[in-house]
Every structure is written in structure tokens, then in C-alpha cells.
Design a protein around this ligand. Structure first.
Ligand code: NDP
Length: 479
């Protein structure tokens, strides 16, 4: 399969005609070649987006909402294919890709269509004047997304940007180009206006950096690692671009002494190992009250060892491969470091060698490590793989202090049978998203984002619509 860029409504090769290999990490085979785009391709995309901007922003919001619904219908018809492409591109189980990635990619468009329909007028009366707020598009916006939830995260940005009247230059991760390409096929099949959505494939340091640097791109919505976020911010901030940064996390799962231990063990295992731990919200630090520590560990290890690791194509597989050989080496190096730092591996701890066709795949056993200091590297740095550390605490205040002892502040969960106690703990954890007795339970209207080094700004519902708008207040003096 040869992927091309999608610029001005057409599939076109990169200007330099340079392509890179794209791998299926569960089988370690090349499945596609993709453009290694440069600033020249980004320039072409910006020219197309500029030409399309006026007509797109002049449509009524109702017309744009109709387009969102048409895209959702087009994607809905290809949901099985989305799941399959996402699975071979990332190594995640097909069933997970169907349930999470394919469904959310469609529902992002339906959700923002419905949410924009309910967008109220902003009006502020004064005794002698009336203020009304006009929402205008920002213009051309740049969207940069990671590999863990490829189409899910891309459409989470595309849908609100579109509905508010912006034109788009997007760059998916170079490791997961396939479903962005499928989205372009859907756009072509429904005669979506040319130049409104442009996808430039390629590397972050080339195509991604060119998007962030381009003076005509007025806003950047970036989801990815904290170190990359720093580079994006350093480039975009002096140009006064609007900037939304959704970055890394090292989230705590806090098990209080009154928790329903069976439910908490299931929840903690799911939070730590869904998608091989490659979700920014994954709970990779499990904090457990002293009095229940050993009982809980036994339950948790049982839950982890019951997970079926294997060929992502099999329906019964719970855990597939990690994203690449390079990432597997990084994850394994953290496990080695944990042992050197005095950690004890309770389960997992190594690469898994699989039968054909996965014998070369990047499989790592879900790994639980105890005995590490809470400030050790494995307990504070984002590993972004199937590795969790477990720590004990004495009081709720200790748990909160341990949860907050990282540079990150994205998410977390608290498990207890006392909801008020759970809320009191959750409110003191420095994070943008907290769950009590659940995990990854999302209402798309709510604010989503991190504090500290987990990001700047919020996405979701009104927060996304506001990010992709410029608000003009017009104050009219009464007669
Ligand atoms: P990276 O930061 O490596 O990459 C994210 C995207 O940025 C990719 O498309 C990448 O391109 C691109 N990129 C790299 N360098 C630049 C640059 N200089 N300028 C512009 N773009 C650039 O993250 P990963 O893809 O490895 O994703 C994992 C990370 O994402 C984890 O830290 C995870 O926590 C975070 N994440 C955060 C979420 C949140 O909502 N807070 C949600 C999901 C993930 P390429 O890699 O193709 O070269």
C-alpha cells in the first residue's frame, strides 16, 4: 500500500518523492510506504487551506454541521476497516480497535455536530448598551497527533475545528498513517470541499515542525509527549499562535482501605494495561493502603495474569504488541532499571516470544513491580508501556502526596466504598481528570486536559469550540 498526502482534495505524492516504511509492529513487517513530507508539502497544504478558508467560513454553522454528519456517515460505513487498519498499524487487539478507536472516530463527528447545534448566543446587557460575542474561525489550524489512538485523537481535533469554520493542516504520527488516509478516502467519496482538510504525512521533525513554524497557521492543537510539547511551545509561543497542548502523564490509581477490592483490582489492571499501557490516562502508579496491600496485590496479579496476550487479530486477545521495536527496547530498559533500583517483579518483566505470524512482534508481558521508592525513575517517568509500579501508603494524605510527587498532572482514579471520601481525595490530586470507582469513563462535554507538565488548556465540548474560535465582543450603545 502506498499512502500519499491529501492536499486540496487530491491524493498527491510528496514534492521530494521521498517515502518511508510503515510497519505492523505485531508482525514486524512493512505494510505501507508513506510520504516523508517537508515544508514544501506543508506550503502546498497551506495554500490550499487559504483558498478554501473564505467559502468554508462563510457557510452557515448549520451547513457545516451537516458536513460533520456526512463524514460520520461515511466513516460509519467503514468502521470494520478502521478497526482492522488501526490494529495492524499499532499492534493493538482488533476487538479494542473496534470498540474504542472505530466507535470514537465516528462519534467525535456526531458529538461535535450535536454540541455545535446547541451553541448558545453570548450576550451581556448593560443599562445603556448591549454586548454580543461573535465567534469567528481562527483561520488555518495545525493539528498534530500521536500513534496510540490515531484516528480517535485526530477526529477529536478535526471535528470541532471544522464546525467552527477553520481549515485544517493535520499530521498524524508517522507510525500510524493508515486511518488518516482512510478518512481522506471518505472525504473524497462524499465530495467534501477541496482544501478544507489537508493531511500531510511524515516525520514530526520535518512536516510537524514545518506546520508549527508556518506563519499562516494561526493555532496549533498538539497531542503527544511532554518533551515534544516543549519544542512545539517554544516554536509557536513567540509567534503568538493559539496553543493547546495535551501531553504525557504518570497517573496514580489510589486504592483506599475501604475499597471493593475485587472491583478495584479489575479497575487497576484495566487502567494500567489497556492498549499495552499506551494510553495517556493509564494508571501506571498504583498506590495501595497498608492494611489491604497484600490481599490487593494477590487479586491484582490474578487479574493481570488472566489477560490474554497474543495475536491482535484473534477475538480473544486482550493485549497485543507495543507500537514498535524501538519502543519495546525502551520499555524493557525501564524494567531493567527497576530491577537495578531494587524493584521486585511480581509478574511479567520480559519480552514475550510469540508463535507465527507474531514471532518477530514487539510483545512485552504486562509487568507489575513493587518495592521501588516513589521518587525512583520508573515511578516518576512516563514509560508508556505495559509496566506499573505499586507502592503502599499509610493515610489518605500520604496517598495524595505520593500521587502529586511527579512533574505530571493528567489523570488518576480513586477506589473506595465511601464516595465522599473518594471525592475529597480526588479533589486534592493535582490532575485535570479524576475518576472515583471507574476509569476512562468519558462524557465528551467535560473539560479534558492536564496540569503541570501534562499540558496547557482543555479540550472537549465548549472548550474545544472556544479553542477553535476567536471571540469578538461587539458593544452597541443603546439608542
Ligand atoms: P510524540 O511527542 O513523539 O509525537 C506526537 C506527534 O508530534 C507525532 O505526530 C510526532 O511526529 C509529532 N512531532 C514530533 N516532533 C515534532 C516537532 N518538532 N514539531 C511538531 N510535531 C512533532 O508522542 P508519541 O507519538 O510518542 O505519543 C505518545 C505520547 O503522547 C505520550 O507521552 C502520551 O502520554 C501522549 N499522549 C497524550 C494524550 C493527552 O491527551 N494528554 C493522549 C495521547 C497521548 P512523528 O512521531 O511522526 O515523528
Amino acid at each position: 500500500m502506498q499512502i500519499e498526502n491529501f492536499i486540496d482534495g487530491k491524493f498527491i505524492p510528496p514534492v521530494n518523492k521521498d517515502y518511508m516504511d510503515n510497519y505492523n509492529p505485531a508482525e514486524n513487517v512493512v505494510i505501507a510506504t508513506i510520504p516523508n513530507s517537508t515544508s514544501e508539502d506543508v506550503d502546498l497544504a497551506v495554500k490550499a487551506a487559504s483558498r478554501a478558508q473564505l467559502a468554508w467560513s462563510n457557510l452557515t454553522i448549520k451547513d457545516r454541521i451537516q458536513w460533520l454528519r456526512k463524514i460520520a456517515e461515511g466513516l460509519e460505513l467503514r468502521k470494520t476497516e478502521i478497526a482492522s487498519l488501526e490494529s495492524i498499524d499499532t499492534g493493538k487487539p482488533l476487538t479494542l480497535a473496534a470498540k474504542v478507536d472505530a466507535n470514537r472516530s465516528v462519534s467525535n463527528f456526531n458529538f461535535f455536530a450535536e454540541h455545535a447545534e446547541q451553541l448558545g448566543e453570548l450576550r451581556f446587557e448593560m443599562p445603556d448598551a448591549t454586548n454580543y460575542v461573535k465567534r469567528k474561525p481562527v483561520g488555518i489550524v495545525g493539528l498534530i497527533t500521536p500513534w496510540n489512538l490515531p484516528l480517535y485523537l485526530l477526529t477529536w481535533k478535526i471535528a470541532p475545528a471544522l464546525v467552527m469554520g477553520n481549515t485544517i493542516i493535520a499530521k498524524p504520527s508517522e507510525m500510524t498513517p493508515l486511518t488518516a488516509n482512510l478518512l481522506c478516502e471518505v472525504l473524497a467519496s462524499i465530495d467534501f470541499p477541496d482544501g478544507v482538510i489537508n493531511i500531510v504525512q511524515g516525520l514530526g521533525k520535518n512536516a510537524g515542525q514545518a506546520i508549527v513554524e508556518h506563519p499562516k497557521i494561526r493555532a496549533i492543537s498538539f497531542t503527544g509527549g511532554t518533551d515534544t510539547g516543549k519544542i512545539v511551545a517554544a516554536t509557536a509561543a513567540p509567534m503568538f499562535k493559539k496553543l493547546s497542548l495535551e501531553l504525557g502523564g504518570k497517573n496514580a490509581t489510589i486504592i483506599l482501605d475501604d475499597a471493593d477490592l475485587a472491583a478495584a483490582a479489575k479497575g487497576a489492571a484495566r487502567a494500567a494495561f489497556t492498549n499495552s499501557g499506551q494510553v495517556c490516562l493509564c494508571g501506571s502508579r498504583i498506590l495501595v493502603a497498608d492494611s489491604i496491600y497484600q490481599v490487593f496485590i494477590d487479586l491484582l496479579v490474578m487479574e493481570i495474569e488472566a489477560m490474554k496476550i497474543g495475536n491482535p487479530r484473534n477475538e480473544s486477545t486482550d493485549i497485543g504488541s507495543v507500537i514498535s521495536q524501538t519502543h519495546m527496547a525502551k520499555v524493557l530498559s525501564y524494567i531493567k532499571l527497576a530491577v537495578e533500583d531494587g524493584g521486585k517483579i511480581l509478574t511479567g518483566g520480559s519480552r514475550l516470544l510469540m508463535p507465527e505470524p507474531n514471532q518477530e512482534g514487539a510483545f512485552v508481558a504486562p509487568t507489575l513491580i513493587e518495592g521501588l521508592p516513589i521518587d525512583s525513575r520508573c515511578a516518576t517517568e512516563e514509560i508508556f508501556g505495559p509496566v506499573a509500579t505499586i507502592h503502599r501508603f499509610a493515610t489518605d494524605q500520604d496517598a495524595i502526596a505520593m500521587a502529586n510527587a511527579t512533574q505530571y498532572g493528567l489523570a488518576g482514579s480513586v477506589w473506595t466504598t465511601d464516595t465522599e471520601r473518594g471525592k475529597a481525595v480526588a479533589e486534592q490530586v493535582e490532575s485535570g481528570v479524576l475518576w472515583v470507582n471507574t476509569w476512562l469513563h468519558r462524557d465528551l462535554r467535560t473539560p479534558f486536559g492536564g496540569v503541570k507538565n501534562s499540558g496547557v488548556g482543555r479540550e472537549g465540548g465548549d472548550w474545544s469550540l472556544n479553542f477553535f474560535s476567536e471571540l469578538s465582543n461587539i458593544c452597541v450603545k443603546n439608542d
